[in-house]
Design a protein around this ligand. Structure first.
Ligand code: ZN
Length: 96
């Protein structure tokens, strides 16, 4: 194999250990939820999900899962829940 390419492969291996190097600007994904699939988008650091919970609360389990998975790659605005929910108790009630 060409030595230049070997160097790039080694660099990629190092980069893959440093997810904070990556900043996700746009994202569109299908989330396989418990009952049905949901379309999730991240646009200008604002999340959106087509589930009914999101419409009411501006966040949902799908978005929160994404925030956990992609945390190092998100801008501070996109890391935070945009929901008015302040306690996990409130969240538990809302999700039941
Ligand atoms: Zn959702």
């Amino acid at each position: 194999m060409h030595s230049d390419l070997i160097g790039k492969i080694e660099k990629a291996r190092r980069y893959a250990q440093e997810p904070e190097r990556i900043a996700i600007n746009e994202l569109k994904a299908t989330f396989h939820g418990g009952n049905s699939d949901h379309l999730i988008t991240l646009h200008e650091n604002h999340w959106s999900c087509d589930c009914s919970f999101f419409r009411m609360w501006n966040t949902c389990a799908h978005v929160m899962a994404f925030q956990k998975i992609f945390d190092p790659m998100l801008a501070p605005e996109a890391r935070e829940a945009t929901s008015p929910i302040t306690t996990t108790d409130e969240m538990a009630v809302a999700m039941s």
